[in-house]
Design a protein around this ligand. Structure first.
Ligand code: TEU
Ligand code: CA
Length: 545
């Protein structure tokens, strides 16, 4: 793949929550334009924009009703074009979120299907019920039933929706759907975007609609995870569209294994450039994400090592708009918030792969502080609540489960200043601000010489200029749940990253030596790591092997 993008630092923006330019409480494109210098200062190369297309917002833009126009509350196409050119002036590229497993039920295609136009009915997956029952026994990602009556219930027809019922799945058996999506991709690429983050891309082609093997969650998934049909579509999209542009794709690939990820990113097959895997996001849960268990650092370390070893090129990320905040999740937070945030960034940038960060991660933003379900907007959380209720789980338990897992944890407005509205808005924010914005905000962090942003800039620019950190091989040294240490090696140089995942001081193991090139603490002790310290050693290996 294109070396330029491979070594980019990508910053994800969740537009509703980033910066509001007109006081309506919703972040917008002009707000993003106003922060481009800030992003340039961080050393960002690429912005991944979560969806900005027209949408009834059942799932905050992941339910698209028009792929080629801009959601009016976020701005206009002129604003978008200005964003693109202002970013380009700063040598920042933009990738779009390509959501093609489903559309909104308010998309013209679905409306025309409902009107009885056969052509458009064939854009979706519509099936007759079986003897008064649903077409199959599949599960749904949002704790719902994946079949909804299509039109008049008397017809006993249902449409498939693996997500919300306002997100009907597209029928990828139909070549016309393929053609439409090619046109949409070209529309944005012709404008000059640098590619796409492809939403749940490894589930688009359902190999069959037969009943699935019964499971705790997502019964039926064996019929759609990384099917041959999906591989073929991806190879065609690459050949027919992507290869004609200077652009790249990163696939959001759910439930993917290293073997699947290798196939999806294999240069000779020519499908995706890189993929987001999820296994390391599962080290504080059992089975489904709603059953959280205490975080097990050892599981995180082992999983990172597994993927670093088994996949030639990873995407490295700890946060996005669907996951709780990493500092809350993977550290004790509180008095260790700053140290923990920096350690996690150090770790992230030391791994082999393309680095993706999420808005707010650069200041160590924490999970939202919600008091009850009334403050939650995330459709997934509301569905989980309903499902848990139907299972007889009582309210305090339901809330406890949702509070920890809700995607709104990562969607609270960006904390720019300590002023009312956190510098995010002069109005009433669409989602409750975390009250800790008074202490945790960009303005305060920038003034703090020991702040998270200054470390972010340091480690980001170090990675850009270090061939070893960019391309070196990966080898685990320690992964005992307390310390995580690994080396990266290239052309006779070895860099060793060491992370302390505990709140106590820890002795440096004997095999780790060299000159300390970076540390998250001011005067690092040669023999001992401070709580949540990250440091990087350098030594020569020439002649040793
Ligand atoms: O997420 C896909 C997905 O699988 C999530 O539902 C995931 O299971 C959960 O959010 C985190 O564990 C993508 C988008 O990132 C998400 O925001 C959308 O809601 C979803 O697709 C549907 O488009
Ligand atoms: Ca606004």
């Amino acid at each position: 793949m294109n070396e330029k993008y491979k070594h980019s630092t990508v910053y994800q923006i969740y537009p509703r929550s980033f910066c509001d330019s007109n006081g309506d409480g919703i972040g917008d494109i002009r707000g993003i334009i106003s922060k481009l210098d800030y992003l340039k200062g961080l050393g960002i190369d690429v912005i991944w924009l979560s969806p900005v297309y027209k949408s009834p917002n059942d799932d905050n833009g992941y339910d698209i009703s028009d792929y080629c126009s801009i959601q009016s509350e976020l701005g206009t196409m002129e604003d978008f074009d200005e964003l693109l050119s202002s970013a380009r002036e700063r040598e920042i590229s933009i990738i779009m979120d390509l959501v093609i497993n489903h559309t909104s039920d308010e998309h013209e295609w679905f409306r025309r299907a409902l009107n009885g136009e056969e052509k458009y009915k064939n854009y979706y997956i519509i099936r007759k019920g079986k003897d008064g029952k649903l077409p199959n026994n599949w599960g749904n990602f949002f704790a719902d039933c994946p079949w909804e009556p299509f039109g008049d219930p008397a017809n006993e027809e249902y449409y498939l929706h693996l997500f919300s019922k306002k997100q009907p799945d597209l029928n990828w058996y139909n070549p016309e759907v393929y053609g439409e999506i090619c046109d949409i991709m070209r529309f944005w690429l012709d404008k000059g975007v640098a590619g796409f983050r492809c939403d749940v891309i490894n589930i688009i082609y359902k190999s069959s609609l037969a009943d699935g093997k019964k499971r705790l969650a997502l019964t039926g998934k064996e019929h759609y995870i990384s099917t041959e049909g999906t591989h073929k579509i991806l190879a065609s999209l690459r050949r027919d569209v992507m290869d004609r542009y200077d652009a790249f794709t990163v696939g959001e690939t759910v439930m993917v294994t290293p073997v699947m990820a290798r196939d999806l990113t294999d240069e000779t097959r020519g499908e995706l450039d890189m993929v987001f895997a999820f296994e390391h996001m599962e080290c504080d849960q059992i089975g489904v994400k709603w059953f959280k268990i205490p975080f097990k650092p050892k599981r995180l370390m082992r999983t990172l090592t597994k993927w670093q070893t088994e996949l030639p090129w990873n995407t490295c990320y700890f946060e996005n708009h669907d996951q709780p905040r990493s500092v809350t999740r993977f550290t004790k937070g509180g008095e260790y918030r700053k140290a923990g945030s920096k350690m996690l960034l150090g770790l992230l940038f030391s791994l082999r792969g393309t680095t993706f960060v999420y808005e707010g991660q650069e200041i160590g933003m924490t999970n939202g502080a919600f008091d009850s379900l009334d403050e939650i907007m995330d459709i997934e959380s509301h569905n989980v609540n309903k499902m848990a209720k139907s299972l007889g789980i009582i309210q305090p338990f339901r809330w406890n489960l949702i509070r920890k897992t809700t995607r709104d944890n990562a969607r609270t407005p960006m904390q720019w200043t300590g002023d009312d509205g956190a510098g995010f808005t002069t109005g009433r924010p669409w989602l409750k601000l975390n009250p800790n914005y008074k202490e945790i905000n960009v303005e305060a962090d920038l003034l703090d010489p020991d702040g998270v942003i200054s470390f972010f800039k340091r480690i980001n620019s170090f990675k850009k200029t270090s061939p070893t950190l960019r391309d070196g091989s990966f080898c685990e040294i320690v992964a005992d749940g307390k310390l995580y240490a690994f080396s990266r090696e290239l052309d006779g140089e070895e860099l060793i990253a060491v992370c302390n995942f505990t709140t106590s001081k820890r002795r440096i193991p004997g095999e780790i030596s060299g000159e300390i090139v970076i540390s998250t603490v001011k005067d690092p002790d040669i023999n001992v790591l401070s709580p949540y310290e990250y440091r990087l050693y350098r030594r020569k290996t020439r002649g040793k092997i």
